[in-house]
Design a protein around this ligand. Structure first.
Ligand code: HEM
Length: 182
């Protein structure tokens, strides 16, 4: 997993749970102290262990914490990878283009980075459907990212998961519509 995700996870834990909590979470994960840097790539298992330790420490269900982190992460990713984000985009435009103009570029600029291969279809001016089937099964992170994008752009959205790998489906299907907040 890309180092930028670990760096943002450290920021998220500090901002949400307080100073010293990152070190305590790392300790609880069994990793001990480690200085993650944004331009490196680290084993997926370390991210899984850190998120599990954070959930354990805070008493929050793991997928709830992962979704909350995704919400936080969206703004940080937009700012960190600003050159890949068209300033004219809003939530649905970014979702429509995330695979071919963002994840593909990240994959080709770092041989070890492997963002999920999302299939995003614009159904209409107000609807997008995102299909996610990464073996990492982090659809909660994807849902949080979508909510975070919507918050960043000030777009009210309805988000529905009509299929989910965690429930045995072959892929997760995330349906996003501009509309009322839920
Ligand atoms: C500005 C927009 C975005 C940027 C710059 C970005 C960038 C990245 C990067 C750098 C990673 C780590 C890849 C790796 O470690 O190999 C990643 C992973 C991920 N991205 Fe994106 N992303 C963006 C938007 C999105 C959106 C909108 C979604 C979902 C709808 C999404 C879903 C995910 C998920 C779930 C992962 C975790 C890895 C996995 O599940 O395989 N990303 N992204």
């Amino acid at each position: 997993m890309h180092g930028s995700i670990f760096v943002e996870l450290r920021e998220y834990v500090g901002a949400t749970y307080g100073t010293g909590q990152w070190e305590a979470v790392l300790d609880g994960s069994g990793i001990g102290y480690k200085d993650y840097v944004a331009n490196q790539v680290y084993p997926d298992l370390e991210a899984v262990r850190i998120v599990a330790a954070a959930a354990d420490r805070t008493g929050r269900p793991l997928h709830e914490l992962l979704e909350d982190f995704g919400d936080y992460l969206a703004t940080s990713l937009i700012e960190r990878f600003v050159s890949l984000v068209d300033p004219a985009w809003k939530t649905l435009d970014l979702l429509e283009h995330v695979e071919e103009t963002i994840h593909t570029v990240i994959r080709s600029s770092n041989a070890k980075a492997d963002p999920p291969r999302l299939r995003c279809r614009r159904l209409s001016r107000t609807e997008v459907v995102v299909e996610y089937d990464s073996p990492r099964k982090m659809c909660s992170l994807a849902k949080g990212l979508i909510r975070g994008l919507a918050r960043f752009y000030g777009d009210p959205i309805v988000l529905e998961e009509s299929a989910c790998m965690l429930k045995g489906d072959v892929a997760c299907e995330l349906y996003v519509r501009l509309g009322d907040r839920r």
